[in-house]
Design a protein. Structure first.
Lengths: 295, 810
């Protein structure tokens, strides 16, 4: 690693971290470092000061509380991957965790850091959007809760204030008839997504879709919701024709760019395929359909 | 157990009965001796170049071109020079004003085409070409300095495709001395005979294909530390596959005598060719060490290694096969544009012209004709990369055979079998001038077909049977994926050039072995020790193997081209035999008998015969001289008059001909038609490299080669944009696969010894890179029932092929 020179601070509490953010000018937060360290190394980030938050022990948690699954800023990808709680009730999180990067990166990198990084290719943003989750931030004026849909602005840019620290992300605990899933297409093990699609379906007692959430990875300038598809699903009974149409709508709403891994047309098509598959799994996990149709 | 079960049960395990084929009870040769180098490697004790840091070492880093093709207007180094910790900033002007020529060697080209300058002159010809060098107290400051050098460019139009560069009249010209950007044009084979074969054949089958450009991704990037002493000259510690070769090349670039340079190469973390070539890094480090009188270290970053190359492959080929309805192959024709990059490196610019020598693969083809043009483009230089021409040739033929089979409606295996060179035909000379020393192709092919369950799987290609071979209707899960099976035969030319081997017995009987090769993953320490221990009938612990220091080792060639065991192995064994004959004479003197009467067994010499002579007396006395006692005697007084003291021998060994390894690889793929994702469900390699000194090491070489071959077929992809900017300058974008992307690799072997050397060995280092690409592409084309898809088989390309085949492209 050959970064430019920087100072490093290691606050022990959220308050300390916030006051450092307030008092220092040119600084960057470091959590798991799995995006920050490469940026420093390539000198894409050249901060004067790095605020390492890894010593704020109060932020190391992953638990259900007051109707939310809460993930503290120091919970690592691996914590999600290994959590029984997640495995039993949060299909999309359980699908996504082992697909984020590789084991070494998952041991260090945090879910919150992944969300804060706001890389459109990151997986967690899509999952958070599909679940209509929230981002909890702390700043000089105390706590602020930002709905996921209002969080992502541009690649690597969010609505977080300069002096705020994200302390937690959270999603509602599952309803009685809820299922979720995440599908990701990547070139190789450990890669970022070429395309990813997270789906969450909540069914009413009649087996109709009461709420649908779809979050897409790597097909726009941020992680995005496929709102047209969500609208099309709500109030309907699940089925392969419905999911097919939802897949098409998600694809139409996406704006992928061509790169060396695939051109935009292909990726749009993959939004369709992966969204159908994620919806199929979500419906199956909600217990309202038996076996999803084979492709 | 069903057949499928038993095949599964042996997955990842050697399939052949090793104990049966290796009658190796008392010898190390042929046994699965554990690699002795691994303890140091696995515990992190092994020292690599970058671990080496003489006191006072300073750090070198390069300013590299941001453009693929540009004139350099101005290089402003003043800010960098004034920076804290920066010791020197150099450009071409500094090199030009020095006694060093400052250009890397270039050979095999006609005319005065300029060689690669260590630092760019007035124009850059590829993205990443070094422009200026910054030396600073540490690597951080060196980077700071690099960032502060201001280069003013005037960008020029670029060309990156070799065929465009040679054939498009509007393509920019890289060198006035190379019209149409062509470095060399070469022809192999008889044009008239080939024309006649095509005229006479029932049918012509054609293919256009690309052999994709690859970037060597050794775990350890290139590095060098140069020290200079006015009396001793240069000591360059570096990542080298070929220390003597690098000494020679450095002498050229620096303009000094070879005797003034010592090259030391410690442990090397993989090479694949690019640590055999000479690059600006080590030359500049040495130049700076002399200029600054400080040790200078250069360690490439991953991106630098990617930018600078040398890359491998990158061929565009149009080829045709002349076949009869019954499947007889009459002729083969190929025309290839091979990319050289922005500058030729060494023989890199001319070598591809000989790639066509393997176009016959395993087949008796009446006539073959190959035209190859090597072409300059605005891309990183290309040089040999594991396989070096053989994968390119075999890929052409093995793809053509599958396409022909499809067009003729003959099974691809049957088509191959019908045309195999018969086992009685060796040595066999091909129409492109290769003489295959030995071969027995049918049995290797049979083994592969049987193990993969070919007939059954082939019947159901393009359907959704699962990997166990069970039919969907018979209970296997229909996962919706299409299965295909692919076969590729290959030959591999191995064992070129000479090699040195020195065997020295120390006074206590321990044995030192020195070879001019340099292991960088191949396990020479173990292989050579096995060979020498057997040659001298000594316990293997007594054998100590060294490589990688030009001061200690007789002039040698190096490790590349699957050559070390053949030429290096035979060199050390021949030296051991020379030593043994002297040992025998000394022992005879000690035992006071004629050397012919001396029997050597179990590390001790005794006397044979009971004919009443002195020998019988000695024998009766039970006299015995140990190897160690003889060793001691060799350095003491009282040697027979006609023997000089000392106990060592050196051999410079060269093969009279070329040894041709061969085999058959087979794989089964599952393709998700909705996404184009390809999974290799099984991969099986049957290789014949003659006698196997250490089957485990041979399999390791196969595994690594297959991994790289699969990587080429499935993943690895170099993208330059039209301006010559390298887009894939990191492992993730380029696509180096990880272990979990690769299938379990099953290995098996047949043994057809090479008649060209006493050990009967052939090389195996590159086999996997040769056979795997066609095996994988053939399998995917089989699954989709399409003629051809270019490598790498990205999800998108495969998906498009499925969609086109099904007529639902969007
Ligand atoms: C090779 C590789 C492959 C990867 N593959 C994937 C993948 O497939 N999917 C995926 O989703 N991600 C992937 N990642 C990114 C990885 O998940 C990172 O761990 C994650 O993006 C960042 O988390 P981190 O804890 O490491 O944060 P850091 O790297 O420490 O920080 C990331 C950014 O977030 C900011 N930040 C961190 N924590 C906070 C906070 N609490 N409040 C405010 N700002 C904060 C930092 O200032 C920085 O800008 C990959 C990374 C690498 C290197």
């Amino acid at each position: 690693m050959k970064p430019a020179q920087f100072e490093q601070h290691e606050p022990q509490t959220v308050e300390e971290a916030v006051s450092l953010l307030e008092s220092l000018d040119d600084r960057a937060i470091l959590s798991g470092g799995q995006s920050m360290v490469p940026m420093l190394r390539f000198r894409l980030a050249v901060p004067e000061t790095v605020i390492d938050i890894n010593r704020i022990e109060s932020l190391d948690y992953l638990e259900e509380e007051d109707g939310w699954l809460t993930i503290g800023a120091l919970a690592r990808h691996a914590d999600v991957e290994q959590s029984e709680l997640v495995d039993e009730n949060y299909g999309s999180f359980a699908d996504a965790a082992p697909l984020v990067a590789d084991p070494q990166i998952r041991n260090r990198g945090t879910v919150v850091g992944g969300v804060a990084q706001a890389d459109p290719k990151g997986d967690w943003g899509s999952v958070l959007l599909a679940h209509e989750g929230e981002v909890v931030a702390h700043g000089p004026d105390g706590e602020r809760v930002i709905p996921a849909k209002d969080f992502f602005l541009l690649p690597y840019d969010t609505t977080l204030d300069e002096n705020e620290l994200v302390t937690e992300i959270r999603v509602p605990t599952p309803e009685p008839r809820e299922g979720s899933a995440y599908h990701k297409l990547k070139r190789k093990v450990g890669d970022y997504a070429m395309v990813g699609s997270a789906a969450r379906l909540v069914f009413d007692e009649d087996g109709r879709i009461e709420r649908a959430g779809i979050g897409l990875t790597a097909v726009d300038i941020t992680n995005v919701r496929a709102t047209d598809a969500e609208d099309h699903l709500e109030g309907e009974r699940p089925g392969s024709d419905l999911f097919k149409r939802a897949g098409e709508l998600a694809a139409e709403q996406s704006n992928p760019e061509s790169d060396e891994h695939g051109d935009a047309g292909y990726k749009e098509r993959m939004v369709n395929v992966l969204t159908q598959r994620a919806l199929g799994d979500a419906a199956e996990r909600a217990g309202v359909v038996k076996r999803r149709v084979s492709q | 157990m069903s057949d499928a079960d038993s095949a599964d049960a042996t997955r990842g395990v050697e399939l052949d009965a090793d104990d049966a084929d290796g009658d190796t009870g008392d010898t190390y040769t042929g046994s699965r001796e554990k690699r002795r180098e691994d303890v140091a490697l696995l515990t992190g004790r092994a020292e690599y170049t970058d671990d080496h840091e003489p006191p006072g070492t300073v750090s070198l880093a390069f300013v590299r071109s941001e453009h693929g093709h540009a004139d350099l207007k101005e290089i402003d180094t003043s800010t960098a020079e004034a920076m804290d910790g920066v010791i020197g900033v150099y450009t071409w002007n500094d090199l030009e004003a020095s006694p060093s020529p400052g250009r890397l060697p270039l050979s095999g080209l006609e005319g005065d085409i300029p060689a690669h300058p260590v630092l760019a002159t007035d124009r850059v010809r590829y993205h990443g070409q070094p422009i200026a060098a910054v030396v600073a107290e540490d690597r951080y400051r060196a980077r700071d300095g690099v960032a502060a050098v201001d280069v003013e460019y005037e960008p020029l139009e670029a060309v990156v495709d070799p065929q465009d560069a040679a054939t498009d009249p509007n393509a920019p010209q890289l060198f006035a001395e190379a019209p149409d950007n062509v470095a060399t044009s070469a022809e192999l084979g008889d044009a008239d005979a080939t024309d006649r074969a095509f005229d006479a054949a029932d049918r012509t089958v054609e293919i256009d294909l690309t052999n994709n450009r690859l970037i060597p991704s050794a775990l350890e990037p290139r590095a060098a530390i140069a020290e200079f002493d006015p009396d001793e000259g240069f000591t360059v510690t570096m990542t080298s596959q070929s220390p003597h070769g690098h000494r020679r090349k450095l002498a050229h670039t620096l303009g000094v005598r070879e005797g003034e340079i010592r090259v030391i190469s410690p442990h090397v973390g993989g090479g694949f060719g690019h640590k055999g070539h000479h690059h600006p890094g080590e030359a500049m480090a040495a130049w700076c060490a002399r200029d600054l009188d400080r040790p200078v270290k250069w360690t490439a970053t991953r991106s630098e290694n990617y930018l600078e190359g040398a890359h491998g492959r990158d061929h565009r080929t149009t080829a045709a096969l002349a076949v009869d309805h019954d499947g007889s192959i009459r002729g083969l024709r190929a025309e290839t544009y091979a990319n050289v990059g922005g500058y030729g490196l060494g023989v890199g610019a001319s070598m591809p012209a000989r790639y066509g020598r393997l176009l016959a693969s395993q087949y008796a083809i009446d006539a073959i004709r190959c035209e190859t043009h090597t072409v300059f483009t605005n891309t990183a230089p290309i040089h040999s990369y594991r396989g070096a021409g053989r994968p390119e040739a075999i890929y052409v033929t093995e793809r053509l055979v599958d396409v022909a089979a499809d067009e003729l409606g003959i099974d691809p295996v049957e088509l191959r079998q019908r045309n195999l060179i018969p086992s009685g035909a060796f040595p066999y000379e091909t129409p492109v001038g290769a003489t295959y020393d030995s071969g027995d192709y049918e049995p290797a092919m049979e083994r592969a077909l049987e193990a993969i369950g070919y007939d059954d799987r082939r019947d159901r290609s393009g359907t959704t049977w699962d990997s166990s071979g069970e039919d969907v209707e018979n209970g296997a899960i229909d996962d919706g994926r299409l299965r295909g099976v692919g076969i590729a035969n290959y030959v591999e030319s191995t064992g070129g050039g000479f090699e040195s081997g020195l065997v020295r017995v120390l006074p206590d009987g321990d044995v030192e072995v020195y070879a001019g090769t340099h292991s960088h993953g191949q396990g020479h320490e173990t292989t050579y020790a096995q060979l020498v221990a057997d040659a001298l009938s000594l316990p293997i612990e007594r054998i100590h193997v060294s490589e990688g220091d030009t001061e200690a080792i007789p002039t040698g060639t190096g490790t590349f081209g699957s050559r070390s065991t053949i030429v290096g192995g035979n060199a050390v064994v021949t030296s051991a035999e020379k030593v043994l004959s002297k040992v025998r004479r000394i022992a005879a003197a000690e035992l006071e008998v004629d050397p012919e009467r001396v029997v050597y067994d179990g590390g001790a010499f005794t006397v044979s015969g009971t004919d009443g002579s002195e020998a019988a007396t000695a024998s009766a006395r039970g006299d015995e001289v140990s190897f160690a006692a003889v060793a001691e005697a060799a350095y003491g007084r009282g040697l027979p008059d006609d023997l000089e003291p000392g106990l060592e021998a050196t051999t410079f060994y060269e093969l009279d001909g070329t040894a041709y390894t061969f085999g058959t690889h087979a794989c089964i793929v599952a393709v998700d038609p909705a996404t184009g994702d390809v999974e290799l469900e099984r991969y099986l390699a049957v290789d014949d490299c003659g006698e196997r000194v250490n089957p485990t090491i041979v399999e390791g070489q196969v595994h690594g080669g297959v991994a790289q071959g699969i990587a080429q077929a499935r993943y690895e992809q170099v993208a330059y944009d039209d301006d010559g900017t390298l887009l894939t300058d990191a492992m993730d974008s380029y696509g180096v696969p990880r272990a979990a992307d690769l299938p379990q690799i099953e290995t098996d072997a047949t043994v057809t010894p090479s008649p060209l050397n006493e050990l009967g060995v052939k090389g195996i280092g590159e086999a996997g890179t040769i056979a795997a690409p066609p095996a994988v592409v053939n399998a995917v084309c089989d699954a989709l029932d399409v003629a051809h898809i270019d490598m790498p088989l990205t999800e998108e390309r495969v998906w498009r092929a499925v969609s086109e085949e099904r007529g639902d492209v969007n």
